[in-house]
Ligand binder design. Sequence first.
Ligand code: ATP
Ligand code: MG
Length: 494
Amino acid sequence: MATVTATRRRRADSFQAATSFQIHEDAPSTEDTEMNESALQHPDDDATNQDGGGPGDEDGQDSEYVESSEEDGPDDSHIQQDMEKLQNCFSGFRQKYRLIKRIGEGTFSTVYKAEDLLYDSYDNSWDLDRDTEKWSPPPLRSFASQSSATLDYQSQPQPQPQRRRKPKYVAIKKIYVTSSPSRILNELELLHDLRGCESVCPLITAFRWTDQVVAVLPYFRHADFRDYFRNMTIPDIAIYLRSLFTALASVHRHRILHRDIKPTNFLYDPASRRGVLVDFGLAEREGYDCKPCVCHDDPAVRKARLRPLLSSTLKPGYPREDTRPSRRANRAGTRGFRAPEVLFKCTEQSTKIDIWSVGVILLTILSRRFPFFNSADDIEAMIEIATIFGQRRMQTAALLHGCMLETSIPTIGKSGFSLQGIILWSTGRSEKHEVPADEKLAIEFLSRCMELDPSKRISAEEALEHEFLRLGMDQSVEGTSEAGDDDEMDILRV
Ligand SMILES: Nc1ncnc2c1ncn2[C@@H]1O[C@H](COP(=O)(O)OP(=O)(O)OP(=O)(O)O)[C@@H](O)[C@H]1O
Ligand SMILES: [Mg+2]
């Protein structure tokens, strides 16, 4: 087993700088990794796409997530078998981790919750909760294990319950063996670069045995977005977004594009009002594999370069014989969350694509509709955006990247709708409804995130300074991190 050490260092070598991965080999396991069948249903992501690609190649770019239900407990024999395989794959696994349950099954991995049995043997300076998460076991349990059932609790001297650490949990991300090695390395390297960034889930360590790689991350308790987004007040939304933008500001400062911002990749705990950004499986460095796009030209230069395109006559619909040169651009991400420049195959995408995706999350929360966009492919996604923003603004956005947009679809009006109008409509309020001042501020912020032109779109740093996100500052932390973790209760009952 090769171990890639990122955040985790044993105390003894805690003086060594941990700036690069250290790899060492353990004794080989007796069991080879088996091909995960479910992984075969998710073709690996091909980061680039040619013009004219049909809907068939869409899936390879999409990241979908199926949440494990509560029934996915240890009784499910298929999950149990997978957990057994994982434990047998790596020698010494059982001494290090106690697998508890499957918590997620994504396009590229299966994620399990586990107890970190050797937590105290390591340098945990990265763990913000290391000192606060101490707990006292209930005295009843310790008495019962020490003595007979006839123990008279009242007359016995009451020993002071010893303070010991709460069990520490990790999320073990088993990356499907069909993922390309370069893609896995990319995810681990980026996470390594981002260690210490606020609100970004750190990588503790990673293991490899032949083609099976697992990443170990601190377990972050979170709620299902669908269970809380409809009840969020405007200050709640500001706090949620402040946490998400804090993570994005760090990621973007490192000139990294996350590429897959969506609710399931931002784990949020409404009780403690904390969130962490996860899943850097599609992330990339800004400027990587880029070619110049006219959107980065001076407007006058762009106009001159686009003159031949503007003078050509285009008919709406799919061209019968398309003589245009093919264009390759990264469109990795999730349907409904892709920025317009991704849909227009901009070859010089920036960190601003993530800001658009946050805008989609905000639009979802304010409109109380999930998913807000529900397209089958990129063309439908363009139609959805054009329906809101109108043909004129969408045409200008297309031209920015050297694309012409012509349509005769009747639902796409010339000037579209206002975001406020859309939100009022989707929440069943009339146009004449007086919008409260804080909601108006949220909508104004939304329009800054959903700016069609990426150069005019707000940056993560600017967002943190925006009046709306300032509503999310200095809010006292309500609820506690002690609140109901069923798995911890399970452990008490053992
Ligand atoms: N550190 C963590 N703590 C708690 N749960 C986690 C953690 N990391 C991941 N998960 C759970 O596992 C799910 C899938 O994780 P992740 O997004 O990293 O995998 P993925 O295979 O890339 O998923 P997808 O393709 O759907 O984006 C998350 O949505 C979350 O519910
Ligand atoms: Mg994910």
